[in-house]
Design a protein around this ligand. Structure first.
Ligand SMILES: Cc1ncc(COP(=O)(O)O)c(C=O)c1O
Length: 393
């Protein structure tokens, strides 16, 4: 037996996106690239902004001696200062480099946060639909996730949330704008979540962190402003990355930020830096840390995603799909016309359209479409989406 039973089970549970990816390759080999419409992956097709290439060229043509060496485990001081400065402007709070730890993407950052906070048996509360890796990340550190179901707009059902917080809860993990729904949590939602956490901390005599996984923070539409958790809760941590806002997912660069008004933050930050080191990341990749420091106020052209959102949303609603209009990120999560989302995905596949069933995100009865894709892929998927719907209506 090559792998443990546990990992074999996890691989089965967490493989929807990978499975669609592999089936996509097979279908493309059979029918040709242009005849298969793969809306299953969140891998942006747009390139990083020109400022990224300018900075990369500038840096490569005048390399700083010693840049490839080990560095402090929290990351480069200059980069952390730049991140702190940007967060200070966005939140009005006095961030310094001390509150920033550079990480290997948001995924690396979340592992560092969970490892730092949880004893074996501890829990994180998460909200469905969720990024499937959360369960595996919590398990990496001897913990687990408790799931709260959503209302019809994919917002938390607050009474269910209240019941999900126990004396084992160390963190409440939110993701807004959300993968897979594109929904943004408003200030009011953050306020309600914070009040419930306060209430539960008092009830159990515990400390509970609000953790925000926000790689899509800057991918917001309709001129919406991003409500930062730091303005709603003192005991709060952000884990994010430049995978989506600078279109650099392969470079594995992100950061953790701790609320600068948290009094006992020093021990927490020491713990985060220790875990960044001992999880084997050691430090975030050096070269890309040098580059992203000066790009903190730069973002890919969000208008491109907004246009794709408008196009796909209008088309789906016009066909008769029920969809919550995304406010950010680059996914939408329509209701499956039949209860069995996997059967519906199979029907879509017959029309050479690939999507991910909602159960891959802990919410059966829906399916996820990515639109960080070429227009031709999105356009080409529409006839198949129409035919699959027609079969069941
Ligand atoms: C909600 C969410 N969190 C975390 C990640 C991981 O991002 P990163 O590439 O920064 O590790 C992703 C990637 O798709 C995501 O969608």
């Amino acid at each position: 037996m090559a792998v443990s039973n546990k990992i074999r089970n996890f691989m089965d549970q967490g493989s929807w996106i990978r499975r669609m990816f592999e089936e996509g390759i097979e279908l493309k080999q059979r029918y040709g690239d242009d005849n298969v419409f793969d809306l299953s992956l969140g891998n942006p097709v747009i390139d990083p902004p020109s400022e990224f290439f300018d900075e990369l060229n500038r840096f490569v043509s005048d390399p700083v001696p010693g840049i490839h060496r080990y560095m402090p485990n929290a990351g480069l001081l200059e980069t952390r200062r730049a991140v702190a400065n940007q967060l200070g402007q966005e939140t009005g709070l006095g961030f310094s480099a001390n509150e920033i730890v550079m990480t290997c993407g948001a995924g690396g950052g979340l592992n560092v946060v969970m490892k730092t906070l949880m004893d074996p048996g501890d829990e994180f509360v998460i909200f469905s639909p969720f990024f499937v890796e959360y369960h595996f990340y919590a398990d990496n550190h001897g913990g687990s996730c408790r799931v709260v179901p959503p209302d019809e707009n994919f917002l938390p059902v607050m009474d269910k949330f209240r019941n999900a917080v126990t004396d084992k809860t160390r963190g409440v993990l939110i993701n807004s704008p959300n993968n897979p729904t594109g929904v943004l949590y408003t200030s009011e939602v953050l306020e309600q979540i914070s009040e419930i956490i306060d209430e539960k901390e008092k009830q159990f005599g515990t400390e509970i962190y609000l953790v925000s996984d926000e790689p899509y923070r800057k991918l917001l539409f309709d001129n919406l402003e991003y409500p930062h958790i730091f303005n709603h809760r003192v005991r709060s941590i952000v884990a994010t990355s430049h995978s989506k806002d600078l279109a650099l997912p392969g470079e594995r660069i992100g950061y953790i930020a701790v609320n600068p008004t948290l009094e006992d933050r020093e021990e927490l930050i020491d713990g985060l830096v220790f875990c960044n080191r001992t999880l084997g990341f050691v430090n975030a990749p050096a070269l890309i840390q040098h580059i992203v420091g000066s790009l903190q106020s730069v973002t890919v052209d969000v208008g491109i995603y907004e246009k794709k959102r408008d196009y796909l949303y209008e088309a789906l609603v016009g066909m008769g799909y029920s969809v919550v209009r995304p406010q950010g990120a680059f996914y939408m999560f329509p209701r499956s016309p039949i209860e069995d989302d996997v059967q519906f995905i199979e029907e879509l596949k017959r029309h050479k359209v690939l999507a991910v069933p909602g159960r891959g995100f802990g919410l059966p009865g829906y399916f996820r479409l990515s639109y960080c894709l070429e227009d031709s892929t999105i356009e080409g998927a529409l006839p198949g989406l129409q035919l699959a719907l027609s079969k069941y209506s």
